[in-house]
Ligand binder design. Structure first.
Ligand code: PLP
Length: 395
């Protein structure tokens, strides 16, 4: 007999059985009309989930990192200047990718745990009278620190500076879990992956391009081949693909979009907020703090929890895995050893969340941290009891 606990990493997430089955499908000919019935509804579903009427959706057999590369190589030229804030490991990696592609990155270094500073972006853009900066990079939800940033405020700062740079937003751990407004935020390229809000295995880089971004594609000089959206656009027009598609994953994506949209996006977001509230109540009952510096930055998809100074937080993750067979996320980069992360996105119920909170408590007590067994569970139970029924109604 093998037993399987839910995972509490911030992606890949737990998967609904229906999505697992949708991915595990018999082979079909991707050059036949059967493929169109998978590809086009999946693209239309993504467009609706990011709340756009006009974005063109390009989906690659890759992961979120491939989405980053798609954004920059399809729109920029060698040596172009971009501006990006670094407030965690993922924003750092995107910056690193830009530098490796020969772009000049104006980095705004931010204390990890803080959000993206719209005002600093605005100042830099306002000072760039020659409009040398071609793109603004923003990590909507920094998965390493559990920090959600305000993209509407960033757009406002760009507009106030009267700057024409493109806006690229990493929505890898926000899209499908928290509101994402492609059109009203004036996003030019959005990037996500299949393994977070869409509750699928990793394997799809999902990107969305605005009309303005598509114009930039025509003049972009960075080398690209596998991630060339021009090849995608050409083949999509004939319901095809430039190479062999990951048909099962695309079939999963089609169903995932149907599931999220039939639940209703507002309900999906409210469900994530409720589950996250319970986790946060547990964290304060433990007398601990989140890495996110203030409540307006709290992410509803992941909480990064600071452990006491001198304690190696990685021990909690290792212990949970080895002793209880449960997965939490380790701290990454600057916060390695200082935080552990509870992922609370995708397929998760109150009861599943309570089991994760209970496991974290057992680990912390086993490892000698001053936490009382049951304290976090009780605090989360109060949150879930007071909103009981919301889950059943949404089902
Ligand atoms: N961006 C964010 C915010 C992420 O959380 C991740 C992965 O966790 C990535 C980008 C990279 O995505 P992938 O690991 O799918 O390449």
């Amino acid at each position: 007999m093998s037993f399987q606990n839910p995972v509490f990493i911030p992606g890949p997430t737990n998967m609904p059985e229906a999505l697992r089955r949708a991915c595990d499908m018999p082979t079909l000919d991707h050059r036949s009309s059967l493929f169109a019935d998978i590809l086009q509804p999946a693209r239309a579903g993504v467009q609706e989930i990011i709340r756009s009427d006009s974005a063109e959706i390009f989906i690659f057999p890759a992961s979120g990192t491939g989405g980053w590369e798609t954004a920059i190589t399809n729109t920029l030229n060698p040596g172009d200047k971009v501006v990006a804030a670094r407030n965690g490991m993922f924003s750092h990696r995107w910056i690193d990718m830009c530098q490796r592609h020969g772009l000049t990155v104006e980095v705004i270094d931010v204390t990890w745990g803080e959000g993206l500073p719209a005002d600093r972006y605005g100042e830099i853009l306002a000072a760039d009278k020659a409009h040398e900066i071609k793109a603004v990079l923003a990590t909507h939800n920094e998965t390493a620190t559990g920090v959600l940033s305000d993209i509407a405020a960033l757009r406002k700062a760009m507009d106030a500076a009267g700057h024409p740079a493109l806006l690229f937003v990493d929505g890898v751990s926000s899209i499908g879990s928290m509101p994402f407004e492609f059109d009203s935020w004036g996003v030019d390229v959005a990037v996500t992956g299949s393994q977070k809000g869409f509750m699928l295995p990793a394997g799809l880089a999902i990107t969305a391009f605005s009309d303005k971004a598509k114009k930039a594609v025509e003049t972009a000089g960075l080398p690209r081949c596998f991630f060339d959206v021009r090849d995608m656009a050409k083949t999509y027009a004939n319901n095809g693909y430039p190479y062999t598609p990951a048909v099962g994953l695309l079939n999963g994506l089609k169903l995932s979009c149907e599931m999220l949209l039939s639940e209703g996006l507002d309900n999906v977001f409210a469900r994530h907020a409720r589950i996250a509230d319970g986790v946060r109540a547990a964290v304060s009952a433990w007398g601990m703090e989140l890495c996110a510096a203030s409540p307006d930055l709290y992410s509803n998809s992941v909480s990064a929890i600071r452990t006491p100074d001198g304690f190696d937080s990685t021990k909690i993750v290792t212990h949970a895995s080895e002793v209880y067979g449960v997965a939490f996320g380790v701290g990454l980069g600057d916060v390695a050893g200082k935080v552990f992360r509870i992922g609370h996105l995708g397929l998760l119920t109150d009861v599943m969340a309570l089991s994760g909170i209970a496991t974290a408590e057992m680990c912390m007590v086993d490892l000698g941290l001053p936490v009382t067994l049951g304290s976090g569970v009780a605090a989360a139970q109060e949150v879930y009891r007071s909103t009981a029924g919301a889950m059943a109604l949404a089902a």
